[in-house]
Write a protein that binds this ligand. Structure first.
Ligand code: TYD
Length: 133
């Protein structure tokens, strides 16, 4: 089973000019990207997530601000990650329950391996924990 982990993306440029970071499917992203979404204006008191995915794999960036993740695997292994550099992505394999907290200015960008379908979600923690592969 794959594990959640940081993936460092190249940071092209220099302080005087600014930077560009590039993600390319099947080069530095380990799946074909079918969907990209971003979230913004999330109040910092709010916790999002509260779900897991059956098949979806993701790489998530904090393009701006800070984003904290608590991930839990099916067998109860916890992982904590903080994203706060725009060239560092967090790879999240399928079947990880996530809770996500944002700084007020955070912009989350997600590269996703599948199109959106509600059928891919576990929205209830008990359903996720009962599932076995
Ligand atoms: P959700 O994945 O639950 O986001 P979060 O964990 O950040 O709260 O999605 C929030 C809502 O947006 C939900 O009603 C489904 C909808 N949505 C789409 O319609 N398409 C998408 O690609 C995504 C990611 C969400």
């Amino acid at each position: 089973m794959k594990k959640p982990q940081f993936i460092e993306f190249p940071k092209i440029g220099e302080t005087t000019l600014g930077y560009i970071t590039v993600a390319e499917a099947q080069h530095n992203v380990p799946f074909a990207i079918k969907r990209v979404y971003w979230t913004y204006f999330t109040p910092d008191a709010v916790e999002r997530g509260g779900h897991a995915h059956r098949e979806l794999e993701q790489i998530i960036f904090a393009v701006c601000g800070r984003i904290d993740f608590t991930l839990e695997s099916l067998d109860g292994e916890y992982h904590e990650f903080t994203l706060e550099k725009p060239n560092i992505g967090l790879y999240i394999p399928k079947l990880y329950w996530r809770e996500i907290r944002f700084s007020h200015n955070a912009v989350l960008l997600c590269l996703a391996s599948e199109h959106y379908t509600e059928a891919d979600y576990f929205r209830k923690y008990e359903d996720f924990k009962k599932f076995s592969v």
